[in-house]
Ligand binder design. Structure first.
Ligand code: ADP
Length: 342
């Protein structure tokens, strides 16, 4: 089952907010994470795909079949919400079997299928319990089992981990991903947590102001962000204004650096992006792109220290990470300077 959004636009009545010409696909068995700041359109996108919101232009299709006029219950999509949305008066097993009951699957069969699903999410022994007796992480696994029980054409996960404690979150993230892969479920995950998106997804789609800025693998979106907005949202970085001085030479005002400038003409204004792990501490004199300065604020992270490296004349410090912070100079290899065109 594949999911396709083709130039989908939607405006909330009487407003200019919503989604603007969003095109993306989720291939069979793929997990695409949708990220973006608050108000970027993530929930709107999920509501349109599920059918909870209607009236968009463009096409939303499952396996080539246009769903735009299909009501929610006929789309056959499994949904998991941040708030679990389980039925408190039903047992764990009956929660999982609920969708099958609606689809008129016979009692014995739906109980058996629900039990198999509960075993899969590691909650087989909890079938007879009341959902209120389960922890948040367990309830979310019940919600996942319930969504998968109907053998959905696509799975929508709406901030499924954000109501949970940090410790539970990391573990459940791995579990959800493993189960999603085992079922080969075509999945759209919405999250405001870019780290969660990078860790779980096959591809990441970044929205801002209702527009899709980039869709790419986690590695590509981190290492080759298409724009400054993507670079700022995904991962830590230092972003500085610069000008092309000459072929493979950048002028940052406070320093001249070697960088692959490609076809850009001298004088072109742009921004340059540096990731913290690409900043070398105290390089030998004569190392290319060596910049002298001093260490500012430090945050001890165990195996690494994250620190600000202050350079006279620079508009902001470089954010760096290394085993030991730099004391007098840093260096950035030319290939690790990523140029962001305006
Ligand atoms: P996100 O989920 O990324 O936080 P939303 O999809 O909820 O973003 O919202 C996208 C934009 O649409 C925002 O500007 C938001 O204020 C607006 N919006 C959301 N719901 C409504 C609504 N019911 N009526 C009008 N505007 C809305």
């Amino acid at each position: 089952m594949s999911l396709l959004l083709d130039t989908v636009s939607y405006n909330y009545p009487g407003s200019t907010h919503g989604l603007h010409e969003v095109s993306l696909d989720v291939r069979t068995g793929e997990l695409v994470a949708v990220i973006g700041p608050s108000g970027s359109g993530k929930s709107t996108l999920l509501k349109l795909v599920s059918g909870l919101e209607t009236g968009h232009t463009g096409r939303i299709a499952l396996d080539g079949e246009d769903m735009s006029r299909t009501p929610v219950h006929r789309r056959h999509i499994g949904m998991v919400f941040q708030s679990y949305a389980l039925f408190p008066h039903l047992s764990v097993l009956d929660n999982v079997a609920y969708g099958l009951k609606l689809r008129k699957v016979a009692t014995a069969e739906r109980r058996q299928r629900a039990q198999v699903l509960l075993d899969t999410v590691g909650l087989g022994e909890y079938a007879r319990r009341a959902v209120a007796q389960l922890s948040g992480g367990q309830q979310q696994r019940v919600a996942l089992a319930r969504a998968l029980a109907i053998d959905p054409r696509a799975l929508l996960l709406d901030e499924p981990l954000s109501a949970l404690d940090a410790g539970v979150r990391g573990h459940l993230r791995d579990q959800i991903r493993a189960i999603q892969q085992r079922f080969g479920a075509t999945t759209l995950l919405v999250t405001h947590d870019q780290e969660e998106a990078l860790a779980m997804a096959d591809r990441v789609a970044m929205l801002k102001d209702g527009r899709l800025l980039q869709i790419a693998t986690p590695r590509e979106i981190y290492e080759e962000p298409a724009s400054r907005a993507v670079a700022e949202f995904v991962g830590l970085s230092t972003i500085l204004p610069a000008k092309v001085a000459d072929l493979n030479k950048l002028d940052l005002g406070f320093a001249q650096l070697a960088a692959p400038t490609g076809m850009r003409a001298p004088g072109t204004a742009l921004h340059v992006l540096v990731r913290p792990e690409h900043i070398a501490a105290d390089p030998a004199p004569g190392t290319p792109n060596r910049i002298a300065g001093r260490c500012g604020a430090q945050r001890y992270l165990g195996s690494l220290t994250r620190y600000d490296f202050e350079v006279p004349g620079a508009p902001r410090p470089f954010l760096a990470e290394s085993a030991r912070p730099a004391t007098e100079a840093i260096a950035i290899a030319p290939e690790h300077l990523r140029l962001l065109d305006h």
